[in-house]
Ligand binder design. Sequence first.
Ligand SMILES: [Mg+2]
Length: 193
Amino acid sequence: MAWEVVPRDYLNPFFIWRVLRGEYTPPDFELASVLGIDGKKLKKKGAKVIFFDADNTLFAHGAREADERVIKKLKQLQEGFELGIITNTYNPKRRGFLHKYFNKSQGLKMYVCASKVKKPGETPFKDALRKFKYKPSQCVMVGDNLFTDVVGGKRVGMLTIKVKPYSLESEPVHLRLMRFWGNLVFGLTGFFR
Ligand SMILES: [Mg+2]
């Protein structure tokens, strides 16, 4: 299968309708950043695995190094949870980098999902779930994008945490347009409830 450039669901009227109806929102938690994740709260909800979006969630878009505090937070969370990354990057080099950076350079154990279908498609989430063999309700998706991370996570039944984008300026133009489109759809959500 070829890589998707634009997630196919962005143009799927049935899916957009369900988003407009508010079926996949709101997120379970909204935080300023991943540093605010409360492991105890997630444990109480039965969470076993935490999946992160990479760009603009763990660091600025395309960054090659994460803030020390983020790494420390991930190490803390690793004591109680399995960790993974579900990214929309279609660049195999970038995925390879993410794997190497977190697992080799930082000594974490982070599974990097390699699905060719993009969030909010169900495939990347289902691939990730297959890896850990937990129920969707035992998994958490953390991301900066409502449309891809929160909607996609909720769509498969995961708990979701929305964080503020790390740095919007770091985002390439086509992604900014997609974010704008997602925000536009979400702006209309209330009207169709
Ligand atoms: Mg992101």
